[in-house]
Write a protein that binds this ligand. Structure first.
Ligand code: ZN
Length: 459
């Protein structure tokens, strides 16, 4: 007989293992050297590498395609770039770091004086050893990014500058994967995949999203899951413009970014601020020891598009240290030494905890509402006796029985009782098994699915 599918919650302890961190780190290491941008071969080959791990569909949207107020730009590709000094030495070399070219630079090949060159150079005087990451997607320009220390050492004279790039009609690529669940309602997981060699901003989110897509493929899913690997901003705008019908099915969503640094977890709420995903994420973070919660602001990652007023989706953003708040952000110091396998695994476990709570958040009915049921008679006290956190589980059962009057969901009860969702989940399962609690099928769910039916399948 086919064994029953695992629940999302059962993935949480598994994801904390050392092997998760190692696997995520290896994927980041493989993707790190690629020069990505919002279009081009770097983005495309990144998505193809992800296809080795998950059955991602690659979409190619032609240059010039309108997307709301935007247009798919020309495709950018680059093969080489350098600045040579008068001795012919490459003092700035794309082959050593792809950050050294202003991303989306138009081609150039000329001799130029240092004074003229300066207008095309970008440095970080306050971090003189780091190469900044700069882009010019929507204004044709060329330039180089270099350590400020190097700029200061440049002697006056002539320099040979070469950028062997093309900016021409082509396509914008993105990757998409839908894992159907029992309901048509979707949970969106979105990661931007457009940054060149930056490990935390970009690749950590990509790796965690890919890991989740693989892990969720073979568990029981109440919700359908949609994974998007997109170039930032233009990618989500293009996707939304082509998928308004699908977007209307997104009930909850998370943008994943900056999940590999050693900082603590943080959550940026959706524009709604009180969406179920906001409440669940705040609850999960609190019980993981983080109070880093920010309100929505229209600056950041693709949650800006998902939360634009025309869509107003319940999509928040999960990070460790938020973008712009760590000195390595958008510099060559956001590298493979900056991200940590244990932080990546911890981030995965956090996302899975949020997803598991969304999966299992529902409203119950106490089948014995006239005074407390006699738990001891049913062996529930004895069953709890040997367990380390028996007190907490017992409290969870009492809270569930008291508040399960068809008007409180498990997340309502978790907030009011200050008990972790995990504990309430275990207690609810015990009460269901003992016939004391039954699920009220939520009106919003399109298919007739409840946790009781799932539990029934598993017996
Ligand atoms: Zn960024």
């Amino acid at each position: 007989m086919k064994s029953p599918l695992r629940l999302v919650s059962e993935l949480i302890p598994l994801s904390r293992g050392e092997s998760t961190g190692r696997e995520l780190y290896e994927l980041i290491k493989e993707l790190f050297p690629i020069c990505r941008s919002i279009t081009g071969e770097g983005l495309r080959s990144t998505l193809r590498i992800l296809q080795k791990h998950i059955p991602l569909t690659l979409e190619e949207i032609p240059t010039g395609t309108p997307a709301f107020d935007w247009t798919v730009p020309k495709e950018w590709n680059i093969r080489d770039a350098y600045i040579k000094n008068s001795s012919g030495e490459r003092i700035v070399d794309f082959q050593k770091s792809n950050l050294c070219v202003l991303n989306y630079s138009i081609p150039v090949n000329r001799k130029i004086s240092l004074d003229e060159l300066r207008a095309h150079l970008f440095t970080l005087p306050e971090q003189p050893e780091a190469i900044p990451y700069r882009t010019s997607y929507y204004r044709e320009a060329w330039g180089f990014c270099l350590p400020h220390r190097l700029l200061e050492s440049l002697a006056p004279g002539e320099y040979q500058v070469q950028i062997d790039s093309t900016l021409a009609a082509g396509h914008l690529s993105y990757g998409e994967l839908l894992l159907p669940g029992e309901s048509d309602e979707e949970i969106l997981i979105s990661a931007h995949a457009c940054h060149p060699s930056l490990a935390n901003d970009n690749l950590s989110g990509v790796a965690v999203a890919a890991f989740l897509a693989r892990s969720l493929a073979d568990v029981h899913r109440r919700y359908s899951y949609r994974f998007l690997f997109l170039p930032g901003t233009i990618g989500s705008i293009v996707w939304l413009s082509r998928n308004q019908q699908s977007a209307s099915r997104i009930s909850h969503g998370l943008v994943l970014a900056c999940l590999g640094d050693s900082g603590s977890l943080s959550y940026k709420k959706s524009r709604r601020g009180d969406a179920e995903v906001d409440r669940v994420a705040v609850h999960v973070l609190k019980h993981l020891g983080s109070q880093n919660v920010r309100d929505f602001s229209p600056y950041g990652y693709d949650e800006r598009q998902y939360c634009s007023p025309g869509f107003n989706l319940s999509v928040g953003c999960l990070s460790r240290t938020p973008h712009g708040q760590f000195p390595e952000y958008h510099t060559s110091e956001d590298n493979l030494d900056f991200v940590r396998p244990d932080a990546l695994a911890d981030s995965c476990a956090c996302v899975l905890s949020i997803l598991a709570a969304l999966e299992e958040n529902q409203t119950y009915r106490n089948r014995n509402p006239m005074c407390e049921p006699q738990l001891g008679r049913r062996g529930l006290y004895r069953q709890l006796g040997g367990m380390r956190d028996a007190g907490q589980l017992e409290m969870a059962m009492l809270w569930l029985l008291n508040l399960s009057d068809e008007t409180h969901s498990v997340i309502d009860i978790a907030e009011r009782s200050n008990l972790p969702f995990d504990c309430l989940r275990t207690a609810a399962a015990t009460l269901r098994e003992n016939g004391l609690l039954e699920a009220v099928v939520p009106r919003t769910m399109k298919s007739d699915v409840s946790l009781d039916s799932i539990a029934g399948n598993r017996r």
